[in-house]
Design a protein around this ligand. Structure first.
Ligand code: MLT
Length: 273
């Protein structure tokens, strides 16, 4: 684990392998540690960079207001410090919301895009109220209370007990203040639907076929709206598809990246695999 100072906080990140740089943004309420299987499977061919967003894992929370834009700006500064002008950018769920903010603010740095188990729409008013309730819950009772509530929705019903325990550990390793800040930041995020048709880089949309939080219909809608996109549904995987179907997830990413990494430039058509 490495750290770097960005926008007044210590940002922790994993940085493994060499080749095409792939920056992976984690889901809520996890950390960069959720990408361990992707580092294992993809770092032999690619440089995989997996930060802990501010307030998660080993990264500081800082004192400034947390937002999807702030997370995105932290990542842009990380890339500055790593002297990486462009990357393949991948985000899962909340990581996808951050990827949308990154595109709005630092579009020129995105060479390829991967959107996994995420959606472009903003929260409904009811959803925002639920976020605030959960923010208070975690502030009062700690991350275990959020783990209790979210675990059944993060993994499919067939997920192994050991994987459930692993995800719980990842959630409980986070600080309550970072989780609460992320909940309020997600509630305040803008709708990104209008951004989708403007995305010009090749995009891979991935979704677990059994994702109960962001159902495949959300991914299908994103795929329809993003001109140069491909859609892959991963069988027998729930919301955290990278954890439940790591080999299929890694294969899809590799298949998407490899011809483009070899060419060193974007390309490829859309379609459903
Ligand atoms: C996530 O997995 O990042 C969250 O479920 C996203 C959300 O709550 O909107």
């Amino acid at each position: 684990m490495k750290t770097v100072t960005v926008n007044g906080i210590e940002l922790a990140y994993r940085d493994e392998g060499t080749g095409e740089a792939l920056l992976l943004i984690h889901a809520f309420p996890l950390s960069g540690a959720m990408w361990e299987r992707q580092i294992e499977g993809l770092a032999p061919q690619y440089r995989v960079i997996a930060p802990d967003l501010r307030g998660f894992g080993a990264s500081g929370l800082g004192t400034s207001a947390v937002s999807m834009d702030q997370y995105a700006d932290d990542l842009a500064q990380l890339l500055d410090q790593l002297e990486l002008e462009q990357v393949a950018l991948g985000g899962l769920s909340m990581g996808g919301y951050v990827a949308f903010a990154f595109l709005r603010r630092h579009r020129e740095r995105v060479r390829l895009l991967i959107l996994a188990d995420t959606r472009a729409t903003a929260d409904t008013a009811e959803g925002q109220q639920g976020r605030e309730q959960n923010a208070r819950l975690v502030e009062q009772q700690g991350p275990g209370a959020i783990a209790d509530q979210m675990l059944p929705k993060l993994l499919s019903s067939g997920a192994a007990k050991s994987l459930q325990a692993e995800v719980r550990r990842l959630i409980e390793a986070n600080d309550r203040a970072g989780i609460a800040a992320a909940l309020r930041a997600m509630a305040a995020r803008p709708d990104s639907t209008a951004l989708l048709p403007t995305i010009s880089v090749p995009t891979l949309v991935l979704v677990g076929a059994e994702d109960a939080l962001m159902p495949p219909s959300d991914s299908q809608a994103m795929h329809q709206a993003i001109p140069n996109s491909q859609l892959v549904e991963l069988a027998s995987a729930g919301h955290l598809s990278n954890l439940e179907a790591p080999t299929a997830f890694n294969d899809a990413v590799d298949l998407f990246l490899s011809p483009r990494a070899a060419l060193g430039a974007g390309g490829g058509g859309g379609g459903v695999w």
